[in-house]
Design a protein. Sequence first.
Length: 247
Amino acid sequence: MTTKLAITGKSGSGKTTITKAFLSILKEMFPDKTILLLDNDLTGELGHSFGLDIRNTIYGIRSGKHEYKTGIPENMTKQEFIEWAMEDIVVSLDENVDIIVSWLVGSKDCRCPITGQINAAVYKLIERYDIVIFDCEFDLKYLNQLVDTDIDTTIIVANPNEASAHLAKRIEEFSAKYAAGGQLGVVINKAANDELGNVYELLKKYDLDILGVIPYDKSLEANTVQKESKIVQNAIKEFYFRLNLPQ
């Protein structure tokens, strides 16, 4: 059974850094498990953080603009073609880790067959892996437009200020119906030790479930591309036991 983790939040909150930290932790804990990173954020920042400029996307399949690495096999149904094309755009990061980028997605209101065919192909792809980490665009609605699947844990990344807490509450409200009964909570990122009291009071005010707190890592200011942080990884390890993820 595939375990699914979604990372949501406003752009700039630290989603990509946290996504990569979870990847490192899961690889360390479960070296034999297969992991898929699905970049559902319109910035495509996750691929860039690995030094990749991924141009072939799920949207490219939908729009017919994708250039395939191999010749297109003959005598396939449309569904078989989309599933084959999906395999063609998966990028391998190492032996057990792959990444795929969605970019733009179609609206669920669209009655065109391609919407359902893309949904089915993405679902079939993600069910092949032991663990899937979704780097989401703002909330779960945009991910749900791409693929209708249950999420085990959804993390809303917020920063330690009033505006971010208010936005996290909105994201929680928007995402709740798509979380399908899975765990949904907030992780505060970039928090200074002297801010923690105020942070907890702030989240209590907005009735947000706090899954964990990650301290500010100043070194990320000079490492804006790779987004690797041992401080972030170690902080996540401290609250990992609270998450509905493999232990």
